[in-house]
Design a protein around this ligand. Structure first.
Ligand SMILES: NC(=O)C1=CN([C@@H]2O[C@H](COP(=O)(O)OP(=O)(O)OC[C@H]3O[C@@H](n4cnc5c(N)ncnc54)[C@H](OP(=O)(O)O)[C@@H]3O)[C@@H](O)[C@H]2O)C=CC1
Ligand SMILES: CCCCCCCCCCCCCCCC(=O)OCC(=O)COP(=O)(O)O
Length: 311
């Protein structure tokens, strides 16, 4: 009897070890999803996180289509990438560029056609371009609320919808959007930005459910602060440029590290990734699990940050 139990035990151990090995192989296969030769479109590729994404996807052997508003700055990125290329593996490609303004949604269909002409199809669309905002709601023109929404939300979804049919037709593709922690929680003096990122989260969550059966994954990435020019480029309530590198931005994560995390999320076809520290994660948790406390914390934050002008 003991011998039978012993044999059964051994079989169970071997079976579990086999399962574990299979799981590890599957995880490794997922981690290694190939980007060599993949056609990767990156918006907002002329600076900050977009430019770093261009570097890491280029180094991984992707065929890039870099998008932005300024042709000369995009060309500068192309030159930097090609200058850094070596002849060693993986094989790298000189990126294509497409210049357009996302806030001018009427031009986005034409831009999508140009994007498709580069390599005939798109494997990965990384919706990264965006603009932030600083201001209190009382002093903010409605046109500013609209402008931020045009770039961050309508421009992004217009490009996505223009490229989606070709992905559906091929039953292949991957859509990524760079949202923000502020797509999950709203903090004071960021109404236009937080609203645009919440809308982004909702839209891409709907899209994920709708296109999964075509084999098209959707990845929403929500970073905390990154050391870029986002705050410098932010708009204020009257539409003027904020122009200040905030301490929170300056102390943010290195764009290179965030770009590596984006690459990993694409390889793993992750659905929803928060790239932030303990405090923002706790805040996201409280917003759902203990909203009353979250709202109190945000009110107190608003009082502390209130400028003399608001009194
Ligand atoms: N930095 C941070 O702390 C965080 C950033 N994010 C998100 O990361 C993304 C990248 O921002 P980041 O790199 O930080 O900031 P940057 O200001 O450095 O980059 C923003 C990019 O978006 C492009 N862009 C802005 N407006 C438009 C437009 N109307 N049409 C086309 N392109 C446009 C800019 O291109 P152009 O050359 O034309 O100006 C620029 O390349 C944004 O979506 C942002 O919300 C998320 C969390 C934290
Ligand atoms: C009982 C103890 C509770 C402690 C809870 C801590 C709650 C702290 C609040 C944390 C708020 C985090 C805000 C993070 C915002 C962020 O990372 O935004 C990323 C951006 O998109 C930055 O854009 P911006 O233009 O705002 O610089």
């Amino acid at each position: 009897m003991e011998r039978v139990m012993g044999g059964g035990g051994l079989q169970l151990v071997l079976f579990s070890a086999g399962l574990l090995l299979l799981y590890r192989i599957l995880v490794r296969l997922r981690t290694g999803a190939a980007l060599q030769d993949a056609v990767v479109v990156i918006t907002g590729a002329s600076s900050g996180l977009g430019k770093e994404c261009a570097r890491v996807f280029h180094a991984a052997g992707a065929r890039l289509v870099l998008c932005g508003r300024d042709a000369a700055r995009l060309q500068q990125v192309v030159q930097e990438l090609t200058a850094s290329s070596t002849s060693s593996r993986p094989q790298t490609y000189t990126p294509c560029t497409v210049t357009f303004d996302l806030s001018d949604t009427a031009t986005v269909d034409g831009a999508a056609e140009e994007i498709l002409k580069c390599y005939g199809h798109v494997d990965v669309l990384i919706n990264n371009a965006g603009i932030s905002y600083r201001g209190n709601i009382l002093d903010t023109h409605l046109s500013v609320q609209r402008d931020v929404m045009e770039t961050n939300y309508f421009g992004t979804i217009a490009l996505t919808q223009a490229l989606l049919p070709s992905m559906v037709h091929r039953r292949s593709g991957h859509i990524v959007v760079i949202s923000s922690v502020q797509g999950k929680i709203a903090i004071p003096y960021r109404s236009a930005y937080a609203a645009s990122k919440h809308a982004t989260q909702a839209y891409f969550d709907c899209l994920r459910a709708e296109v999964e059966h075509y084999g098209i994954p959707v990845t929403v990435i929500s970073p905390g602060y990154i050391r870029t020019s986002l705050s410098v480029n932010a708009v204020t309530g009257d539409g003027s440029k904020y122009g200040v590198l905030d301490k929170t931005t300056a102390a943010g994560r290195e764009p290179r590290d965030v770009a590596q995390a984006v690459l990993k999320a694409v390889r793993q076809r992750s659905k929803d990734v928060v790239l932030a520290g303990a405090q923002p994660n706790l805040a996201i948790y409280l917003r759902t699990m203990w909203p009353a406390l979250f709202f109190k914390l945000m009110s107190s934050r608003a009082r502390k940050e209130r400028k003399p002008k608001d009194e």
